[in-house]
Design a protein around this ligand. Sequence first.
Ligand code: PLP
Length: 404
Amino acid sequence: MTGIVDRYSPETTPSATRRDFPEIGRRAGQFPRATLRDRWTPDDQDVTLWCSNDYLSMGQHPAVIEAMRGALERFGAGAGGSRNIGGTNPYHVQLESELADLHGKESALVFSSGYAANEGSLSVLAGRPPGLVAFSDELNHASIIDGLRHSGAERRIFRHNDTEHLGELLADVDPRRLKLVVVESIYSMSGDTAPLASIVDLAQRHGALIYDDEVHAVGMYGPEGAGVAAREGIADQITVVMGTLAKAFGTVGGYVAGPASLIDTVRTFARSFIFTTSLPPAVAAGALTAVRHLRSSEQERDRLAENSRALHDQLRRRGLPVRSDETHIAAVVVGEAQRCRAASRLLLQDHGVYVTAMDPPSVRPGEELLRVTASASHTGADVERFTHALDQVWTDLDLPRTGR
Ligand code: PLP
């Protein structure tokens, strides 16, 4: 037994991919301030976070917390079952109706996470129609890859954001076969946006359906926070939009919205929806409040846009190599696992800033990076302090810069 178990020990994992998780206590009412402890700093250390996905700080919004408290007292802690077996609470239904309305779609379905939403929906949407071919961007998230794999459908992978390549692959498939193009509107690890208008054009020309993961856009971009396709005025051309409740909406859960017949098929067959307990009512209530709030308030989006602009301006001015400056995600490339970890460690030790070092399998080997995220709660002074700290770390580690 010992011999077998030892084969799983961390020593068999190359140190570059072994992961440590610091304990982070985000302080409600004071995001992005937090306390952090890890194996090097056993006592709580005050830090400023620059890698949280709670982009609009809805996780600490008083109305969200109040809604969750109310639901907790009214309905108790858990949902009590899967959606099918007694676990459908009024808040799940209201949330789905609100999300469908936000995206201008007939129907929506909430899952326990964005991962489960992609995995479950794509395994059904790509897998059920016989002979369907799925076209997927090479940088699509693991949950998309897994959903398409589990669908068993034939897959064609196109080069990242390369519509010419996508066009070639579409043209190469028998026009009678059903086609599904799967993209993200904002790519998580590079912070760039998909050329959605061209993708819509191509899809229409080839009679393909479009599945658009807007996880890093919902709440933050477009009218009422409906996402990038809505901002570009083409949301009605997207067949299925997928989003999360865990990032700009500040809680946890994922969803898809689209034509009633497709969503109903997902509801009936998606294993990650059926065979699991539904979200706690308090979470659904908090998410519902966050979605409603962000449909009517521009304040958080304006602050995020302002901070994103300031962050990218400063990074550019200091010659720090960022993949793209299009969004609130700044992927600052180091390109080597040990040095990327060293940069994250120095930021913490010397400057009281926490940014996770992203390494494989989250990014490809040789593309290790610091995934920096602006939020609505950072101040102008935070941006200044952070970029100064990053600049200092780049000098300390003699890391490469751009334009110099
Ligand atoms: N899709 C993309 C593009 C993501 O980046 C993520 C998570 O980071 C997910 C889906 C999964 O979302 P969730 O965190 O809600 O499971």
